[in-house]
Design a protein around this ligand. Structure first.
Ligand SMILES: [Ca+2]
Ligand SMILES: [Ca+2]
Length: 204
């Protein structure tokens, strides 16, 4: 009897914990591809970013982050908790409040952008980086809410996608196609959810 009570209390605690986590879940936006255009007259990238370099980006959000444009129902902006983009042999790390996701849901097009101002390692100065996803059928989004893992569209729902970066000091820049795009819960959050399911099943 006591054991059953303890198990019930434990399951209740985990379910409460999972419910709390679900309300403020960490989610990641990831995209990747290959650089196919580099303009670097001063040679600051040397051989670290060049045609054919792969890149991979990760932006982390709190799913409960508020819309920074609350009075505009067709546009939203959601600040990221962190952003990291590895391009070739250079790691760019987002630095400030401009890091985030912009979304447009209006009659003429639906549009998603993930961008950041970033420092670089090895140090080649600050850069602005941005990925844009455009749907000219205006059907992939039905609101300006932050897309969650359950509602995020697949990459092929967009007709026009592009990733680009510009270095501030000298205008050196690069761009490339986007070949993967996914929105997922953070692994830690997923583990808690699975634990909750396992305990609930055991209880039943
Ligand atoms: Ca808005
Ligand atoms: Ca729309």
């Amino acid at each position: 009897m006591l054991r059953r009570f303890i198990m019930t209390a434990a399951v209740g605690a985990v379910v409460s914990l999972v419910a709390g986590v679900a309300q403020a879940e960490l989610i990641t936006f990831k995209f990747s591809g290959v650089i196919d255009s580099v303009a670097d007259p001063a040679g600051i990238y040397e051989n670290r970013i060049q045609n054919g370099s792969p890149y991979a980006a990760t932006f982390v959000f709190d799913s409960a982050t508020p819309d920074g444009l609350p009075t505009d129902s067709q546009r939203g902006f959601y600040r990221a908790l962190s952003s990291t983009i590895v391009v070739g042999l250079v790691t760019f790390t987002g630095t400030d409040d401009d890091d985030g996701l912009g979304i447009t849901d209006d009659p003429s097009w639906d549009w998603l952008a993930l961008g950041c101002r970033a420092t670089s390692s090895p140090d080649i100065g600050f850069a602005s980086l941005e990925a844009t996803f455009i749907d000219r059928t205006a059907t992939v989004f039905s609101s300006d809410a932050l897309p969650l893992p359950s509602t995020a569209p697949p990459l092929n729902a967009f007709q026009q996608v592009l990733f680009k970066g510009v270095s501030w000091a000298n205008g050196s820049k690069f761009a490339g196609m986007i070949t993967t795009f996914e929105v997922t819960p953070e692994p830690g959050t997923l583990w808690l959810l699975l634990l909750g399911v396992a305990l609930a099943r055991r209880r039943a």
